[in-house]
Ligand binder design. Structure first.
Ligand code: NAG
Length: 222
């Protein structure tokens, strides 16, 4: 039933594009939206949920953070790597969140809001874990050098799971700022659907922002 409704919406959208444009191209934006969200599922690290649609992926990175004594399981791999880079991950979650805010009506209408929020949450649940203390933010798991020398599935990876963090002695306002922005934007996108999760994200975003402000002050006076 859902598919029938989706298909007719897609046909309408294609017709609309065809009528408005000078060149008649029938491009299926619903299909593109759905596939782009599937891409995020394929990039998932951690323990995959039962409703995972990309079935060829399995659990991976289940000991991330173990050596460091923190739980850093989850989040997204970067491109074809097994490294979890905080900056591109936070940027992607920020963009996904802005999409969900700006096109809420359209995404809801296409029955994709659940998948969109799940894609955002896969990133933000990880950011919440990585923000272990108000002034500590884990920003990377995995080593880019050794990772780029191997070719294996994330499920079988044998590469180093070194983890890196920002704290009072190791500043990184670009990474912290983007992560705060991701959680703030995600907080807005979750507001109409889950206010308690939205509040939690806002709390973390504010703490990371205060952390940056302190560091900025410290750096300028050091
Ligand atoms: C809101 O999000 C929290 C945190 O993920 C979750 O435990 C809770 O079930 C969600 N509530 C609703 C109504 O979806």
């Amino acid at each position: 039933m859902v598919f029938v409704r989706l298909a007719s919406w897609c046909a309408l959208l294609a017709l609309f594009v065809g009528l408005k444009g000078t060149i008649v191209v029938s491009f299926d934006y619903c299909d593109a939206l759905e596939k782009s969200l599937m891409f995020f599922e394929a990039q998932r690290s951690g323990r995959l949920p039962a409703d995972q649609r990309v079935k060829w992926r399995g659990d991976s990175g289940l000991r991330d953070g173990y050596l460091q004594g923190v739980d850093l399981v989850g989040g997204y791999y970067d491109a074809g790597d097994h490294v979890k880079f905080g900056l591109p991950m936070a940027f992607s979650v920020t963009m996904l969140s802005w999409g969900a805010i700006e096109f809420r009506k359209e995404i809801v209408g296409l029955n994709q809001m659940g998948h969109t929020l799940a894609a955002i949450k896969w990133g933000t649940d990880y950011f919440i874990k990585a923000h272990t203390q108000p002034n500590v933010l884990w920003g990377q798991v995995g080593d880019g050098e050794s990772d780029h020398y191997c070719w294996e599935r994330a499920e079988d990876m044998t590469t180093s799971r070194t983890a890196y963090k920002l704290d009072s002695n190791n500043p990184g306002s670009d990474l912290a700022g983007e992560t705060a922005a991701a959680m703030a934007a995600a907080s807005i996108s979750f507001r109409p659907f889950n206010s308690s999760y939205s509040n939690l994200l806002l709390l973390h975003a504010k703490q990371v922002n205060i952390f940056i402000a302190h560091k900025a002050t410290k750096i300028s006076y050091d």
